[in-house]
Ligand binder design. Sequence first.
Ligand code: DC
Length: 224
Amino acid sequence: MGIQVAIDGPAGAGKSTVAKKAAQAVSFIYVDTGAMYRAMAVHLLRKGITADAPDRIPEGCQDADISIRYENGEQVVLLQGENVNSLIRTEEVSQMASVCSALPEVRAKLLNLQRKLADENDVIMDGRDIGTVILPDAQVKIFLTAGADARAERRYKEQKAKGIDCSYEEIRKEIEERDYRDMHRETSPLKQAEDAVLLDTSFMGPEEAAGAVVDLIRRKVPAE
Ligand code: DC
C-alpha cells in the first residue's frame, strides 16, 4: 500500500491547486475525486437527467464507466473512454455533481476506483469524504478550508480572468448552496475527520498553503 494523504474541504477552498503543487513537490500522484463526480454528472446530463429529477439518478448512474489516466502529470478523466476534462467545469455540471454525489448509488460506483488508486500509488487525494470514508487510515489528513467570502472572491476573479461575465453575489450564493448540500447530505457528508489538521487558507496564497501541506507530509513521512 502506498502513502496516503487525504485533503478534504468545501468547494473553492483551493484544494486542487494546493494538492497539485504539494503532490509535485513530494512526487506523489494527485487524485481529484471531484472530477470523477463531475464526469458522472456529464453522464447523467447526457441522458437527459437533470438536477430537478434526482429520482432517475440511481438507475442512470449504473452504466457509467469512469476511470482516470495521467498525461504529462495531469489527471485526465475518462467517461466511457472519452476524455471529458474540457466539459466538467461548467456551472451546470457543478450543480449536477453536487446533487448526484449525495446519492449512495453514485458514491458506491466511485469508491472502489478511489481506493484502488490509493492502494497502488503514493497519493494526495482531494474531495469531501477522503479522510472520513474513503481512506480512513491515511497517514496525513488535512481539512483545507477558507471563508465563503474568500472563496467567492477567488472564483469571481478566476471567471473574470477567463472573460466570463458573472456576478459576485450569484457566485457567493452558489457556493453557499453547494456547501449546504455537501455538508447536510446523509451519505458521506463533508466534515472534518477527527484526526485531520485544519488548514484555513483565507489569507494564504497557493504557494504558502502547498508549503504547509508539504510540511505536514514531511512531519509524518520523512523524505528518504
Ligand atoms: O471538488 P469539486 O467541486 O470538483 O467537486 C464536485 C462535487 O462533487 C461537489 O459538489 C462535491 C462532490 N464531491 C463529493 O461529494 N465527494 C468527493 N470526494 C469529491 C467531490
